[in-house]
Design a protein around this ligand. Structure first.
Ligand SMILES: NC(=O)c1ccc[n+]([C@@H]2O[C@H](COP(=O)([O-])OP(=O)(O)OC[C@H]3O[C@@H](n4cnc5c(N)ncnc54)[C@H](O)[C@@H]3O)[C@@H](O)[C@H]2O)c1
Length: 256
């Protein structure tokens, strides 16, 4: 699929990885409808991004909210060819925490936003994408890219909910790709290591340095545009389908 001038939905687009993907698509002449909770930050970014960036305040966990936002986005752009799901949260909490036992509600909230939220957007968008005209020699109609984490494979202590949510995203990649293959719609997942985004703003400098030192090569945190560069490659390479790509400088997380 052509990356240039593509028409995309990016969730979690107000910050971090989602913002970097939005910036890269806009720089390539594309159009993006940004979905995020964060109105203020989005309003600031919209001014910088220019007229091909639009924002619709959306909670990805709301079925009716996502349906409405995608219908609006479809009207705005005429079609949706690409979805990049970056909305997510990464709380860390032990089951047997010092301040008490974790509640099911805390576990459920992470699953709701990270896993159900990603599925919710895929579900609604594929319903619109199936009507796109087939494009290019492979007659492609669209592409869904979800964001997991290396915690899907080596979650640390305190990451039971986060790891489960990201494992779910990795696991649904193949069945979705198999189901949508007849429509010419691909599904891929990126599992990042540690990237320098506002998600880790609260992390002390010492902890950041330790994480960077644990990364075999390059010995640093990932930059959001390196994530966006992989998104671009996946868009342009039609053989990438139904799998999860680690983007982590060979980092393998320890127990804690
Ligand atoms: N930064 C990393 O090192 C890293 C590593 C592995 C995976 N990830 C994953 O990448 C994704 C993006 O992370 P990031 O680092 O850019 O984080 P970030 O905190 O900078 O951005 C996440 C965005 O998601 C939005 N969001 C949260 N809940 C939402 C909801 N219910 N509906 C709509 N939007 C919502 C937030 O408002 C925010 O703008 C997340 O899924 C995260 O788990 C990040």
């Amino acid at each position: 699929m052509e990356f240039k001038q593509c028409k995309a939905i990016v969730t979690g687009a107000a910050s971090g990885l989602g913002l970097a993907v939005t910036q890269r698509i806009i720089a390539a002449g594309g159009t993006v409808v940004m979905l995020d909770l964060d109105h203020e930050r989005c309003a600031d970014e919209l001014i910088l991004l220019g007229e091909r960036a639009h924002f619709i305040a959306t909670d990805v966990t709301s079925e009716s909210g996502v349906d409405t936002a995608l219908i609006k986005a479809h009207e705005l752009m005429g079609e949706i060819r690409l979805v990049v799901n970056c909305a997510g949260i990464a709380p860390s909490r032990r089951v047997l925490a010092r301040d008490g036992l974790i509640s099911n509600a805390e576990f459920q909230q992470v699953i709701d936003i990270n896993l159900n939220g990603s599925f919710n957007v895929c579900r609604a968008v594929v319903n619109l994408m199936q009507n796109n005209n087939p494009a290019g020699k492979d007659e492609e109609r669209g592409l869904l890219i979800n964001t997991a984490s290396i915690a899907a494979f080596e979650g640390q202590i305190g990451q039971a909910a986060y790891a489960a949510s990201k494992g779910g995203i990795a696991s649904m990649t193949l069945p979705l790709a198999r189901e949508f293959a007849r429509l010419g719609i691909r599904v891929m997942t990126i599992a990042p290591g540690i990237f320098e985004t506002p998600m880790f703003d609260q992390l002390p400098q010492e902890a950041r340095e330790a994480l960077a030192a644990n990364t075999p090569y390059p010995k640093r945190l990932g930059q959001p545009d390196e994530f966006a560069a992989l998104v671009q490659h996946i868009v342009e390479n039609p053989m990438l389908n139904g799998s999860t790509i680690r983007l982590d400088g060979a980092l393998r997380m320890g127990q804690k």
